[in-house]
Design a protein around this ligand. Structure first.
Ligand SMILES: [Zn+2]
Ligand SMILES: [Zn+2]
Length: 384
């Protein structure tokens, strides 16, 4: 099928493609910026002078059009094998092929870690001669960020953090892929209710953690109620399924009721410990009134004060503070320290827990599907 666009541009789509009603609506409004982006996309595809399955992924990822599943004979059946061949032969991987194959592999059921493993990608050195963008430490992170960048280049979006999307074959829904690793129920958004693939992947992730995490432990403290703290042999990077912290676990990880699959961070250990009191303050960071967009909320911050944190010769003080990041994790922020030094670029204001909840929801909603905004640490910025 060929869909005519202004100026003689034509977006050639495979005969099995169906252009959605959203394209019709865009077409009715020729001044729409979205239509202009679509025309740019059409120009690119015309220059490419061949119908390309990448069109489906690019368009879908850019949120511009929805088209039916494109397949070329014998191509999408083995996207991982095709992708791995580029690395095996050290052949330059074009953006459209990276986007097409990586997203097809995700849709067909492979996690980023499995895709990286099949391609023998574990460090940036494994990308040499194949992919020229290197962001990330693990194979999964490297491929995820390279794919994200490829989609961004192809779709022409300015958003460097454009989420990746693909169609989950078992449930048929468009899934938004929030991160290269993590618990599938927390990082894949949009699966259909009761999706068997999501349940399978989450069960496998739970089992992997039950087998893997105990091996990271040097020693364990006595349990305090339901919670037990364990000393790590070395620092790890992980996320806390209770409070949404993402980053280093320097010394400890804690189990609740002996559950290694859902081990929590040390702050959650303090929360759950019967003899430790944790108080939390919330802040909102806004663009200064004197600047364009003044008053707009850009971040929500939480700061804990633990009764067990007394430092020899220093005394007692609260932690640095955590900020909800664009990717919906809570990570350290320097804004409270900068505010204390009067050098923060934003206006910081103390807010209530309810207000923090409202700000967090407002920051998440424009960029992520509704079920992402329902993550426990977004709908409630601090575990109750
Ligand atoms: Zn699914
Ligand atoms: Zn936590």
């Amino acid at each position: 099928m060929t869909t005519g666009l202004s100026g003689g541009l034509a977006l050639r789509l495979d005969a099995r493609c169906s252009v959605s009603a959203s394209l019709s609506r865009l077409w009715a409004d020729r001044t729409s910026p979205r239509l202009l982006r679509l025309i740019c996309l059409a120009t690119y595809l015309k220059v490419a002078s061949r119908p390309t399955p990448a069109a489906e992924f690019i368009a879908r990822s850019a949120g511009m059009i929805t088209v039916g599943l494109l397949r070329l004979p014998g191509m999408d059946d083995h996207p991982i094998a095709e992708l791995a061949a580029y690395f095996r032969t050290t052949t330059r991987l074009p953006d459209e092929e990276l986007a097409r194959l990586a997203l097809a592999a995700r849709g067909a059921g492979s996690r980023w870690e499995a895709i990286a493993s099949a391609c023998h990608v574990s460090t940036y050195k494994d990308l040499v001669g194949v992919i020229y963008r290197i962001t990330g430490e693990s194979g999964a992170e490297l491929l995820y960020s390279a794919t994200q960048d490829a989609v961004r280049q192809l779709s022409g979006t300015e958003n460097y953090h454009q989420p990746l999307t693909w169609t989950c074959q078992p449930c048929g829904q468009q899934v938004t892929d929030r991160a290269p690793a993590g618990r599938p129920v927390h990082v894949e958004h949009g699966h259909g209710l009761g999706c068997a693939r999501l349940a399978r992947d989450q069960a496998a992730e739970d089992q992997r953690r039950r087998e893997h995490v105990p091996g990271l432990i040097l020693d364990s403290e006595p349990a305090a109620g339901l919670v037990q703290r364990h000393w790590l042999r070395e620092r790890i990077t992980d996320d806390c399924p209770r409070c949404g912290w993402h980053g280093y676990f320097h010394h400890y990880i804690a189990t609740v009721d002996g559950d290694w699959a859902n081990a929590v961070c040390d702050d959650c250990y303090a929360d759950l410990h019967p003899d430790i009191t944790v108080t939390v303050k919330f802040y909102v960071a806004r663009v200064p009134r004197s600047l364009p967009g003044g008053g707009e909320a850009v971040a929500v911050i939480r700061q804990r004060d633990r009764s067990d944190h007394d430092y020899p010769g220093i005394g007692h003080f609260p932690d640095l503070g955590q900020q909800m990041t664009w990717r919906l994790w809570w990570e350290h922020t320097s804004m409270l320290v900068e505010e204390a030094r009067a050098s923060c670029d934003y206006d910081l204001t103390p807010i209530s827990r309810d207000q923090a909840e409202s700000v967090a929801a407002g920051l998440a909603a424009p960029h992520w599907p509704p079920d992402a905004a329902r993550l426990p640490w977004i709908s409630c910025p601090y575990p109750q």
